[in-house]
Ligand binder design. Sequence first.
Ligand code: AMP
Ligand code: MG
Length: 409
Amino acid sequence: MPPLLPIADARRLIIQALAPVGVEDVPLADALGRTLRADAVARVSHPPADVSAMDGYALRAGDVTAIGGTVTTVGESAAGNPWTGTVGPGQAVRIFTGAHMPAGADAVVLQEDTTVAGKAVTITAVPIKGRHIRRAGQDFAVGDVGLKSPRRLTVRDIGFLAAMNLPRVPAARRPRIGVLSTGDEIVAPGDPVGPAQIVSANGPGLAAFIRHHGGEAMSLGIVRDDMAALRAAIAGAGPLDLLVTSGGVSVGDHDLMGQLMGPTSGSGAELAFHKIAMRPGKPLLFGRVGALPILGLPGNPVSAMICATLFLGPAIARLTGLSGEAPRTVTAVLGADMPANDGREDHVRATLAAPDPAGAPGTAVATPFPKQDSGMVSALARADALIVRPPHAPAAKAGDICRVLPFDF
Ligand code: AMP
Ligand code: MG
């Protein structure tokens, strides 16, 4: 038997086979989760002028050098309604957060540090020049590159782009990714379920995964374990950037994906790999039929979702113009003993909890579920993270440091 392909090599083969999709101009309302494909350059400065960071009084710091000094209010500067005069000696302007600093003033005294009697303001904390003032452009200045391309846009980026006065951005088209579930036993949720049938977790689950990762999920439904039907479903899939299938990748008689993608199938298919050194999900297949790249995930819903995490996420990222690197992992402390691992990288469903409910600092604790049956969709849904066990990792004890991949979806 040839050695199983390491995960990193499999991911590289997938990434190398995929080219980035085109770019379109999208409104911010449709930009979340897309990949920015040109640097975002600020069209305004923020703040646009020197503004107050607090509610209080703008004055000349040099006028009040001791507690108890008094100034006279000569006007008011509010956000959107600046005061247009110049603050002279012994004068102050009532000012509010976000309001322009009036000419002449060089400090803000907090409202809390004053006693007010009519227009006379007594200062109870000595002002410091420059205090509580946000300088024009201190956040960003017009012409600054706020966000560099390529970058997957986050919720926080959307606010930043808006603040830069960019109502639209050039972003990758959402890759069109077909989802095809295979299996004689599979029915769609809500359809009648016969005695020999199970409900498809993968169709809806993978579609959600694709959407969450910035793709457009094209549901191709369920196809029976029948070569002609499978070929017809793939041929009729329509224009796609990638087809994801679930099921039929093992070596059983009814596992048709491997046969379809094999060298003797006569389907014009090209197989890049089939079977990798991981658990769960050893049978994972990637190749192409004609120009269409196909990622064949195992039918087992836990395996399918973990393979999606390790391979489909990076594939979508690559299609949008990102590098498609491995999902981020962090360190945690093991919450239970773990046995030695064999030659396949293992992905153990686990909870991730704060080290101490009382809030003492420390590393998060990853506790594996006692049952790791890869057929258990419930445990996958309840898990917070995967503990990643490298090939041939020795047995580990509770309290040891481990590597975890936290779910962000
Ligand atoms: P297969 O990869 O086709 O051998 O399927 C492996 C296991 O996953 C079998 O127990 C299937 O019944 C199950 N399975 C296949 N497809 C799905 C699906 N779409 N949803 C839930 N379970 C599935
Ligand atoms: Mg099957």
